[in-house]
Write a protein that binds this ligand. Sequence first.
Ligand code: NAD
Length: 233
Amino acid sequence: MKKIVVLTGAGISAESGIKTFRDADGLWENHRLEEVATPEAWRRNPELVLRFYNERRRQLHTVRPNEGHLALAALEKHHRVHIITQNVDDLHERAGSTSVLHLHGELLKARSERHEHPSYPCTGDLALGDLCPKGTQLRPDIVWFGEAVPMLERAADLCEDADLFLIVGTSLQVYPAANLMKYAPWHIPFYYVDPNPQVNVILAAMPNVRVIAEKASTGIPKFVQEAVKATDF
Ligand code: NAD
């Protein structure tokens, strides 16, 4: 069994009906990210931030994994697959993937505004006045822009001995996620599935890159055919 590391972004959930961030107008569901996804936004207008994530969480209960999520879960029959996702949804888990690391947090978890740990399950709305067991205000367990990425080291460790690296549905603009490839062995095959691929400098420096400019639902099966089935990989 080979080790496949997969970096996913908002694009893999697009065909489930969850909007990506940069595709349309630079707004995330009609909001500038400075209004809803930064520590400053939380200090300035916590009600708006809570409402924004409550809406995202409610939407999550109405969508399902798509062919892309399912194809990645099916890969586990033949290989060790580790997904590192920038997404805050739980569609990889619901598709059946068993190793999913959320770099930017999870919609279905909350934490104290004072402490990163622990996190608590959160399936419904959060409101001002909802307190953690230690008595401080709960906030979404999301890594906001400008905050440190606590899972980065674990993600980098996963990349270190990858045999193949697959990137799906990300504009490769949000760092440090967009840098992760540099922790993988440089000579391995890198695949990038995205209808509007934006190869960044890190990926451009790799010697063995194949871009499949398609949506996840068709691009991932094509990747499986090319990289996994058609070779002795
Ligand atoms: P992004 O919005 O910057 O880029 C989305 C990428 O997806 C684009 O390159 C686009 O071409 C591609 N795409 C669009 N439709 C696709 C499809 N059907 N199949 C495959 N690719 C498709 O997203 P990002 O790079 O992940 O960065 C955005 C940030 O916003 C992340 O930090 C993420 O946490 C957050 N976010 C998360 C979600 C989610 O959890 N589902 C949704 C929106 C934003």
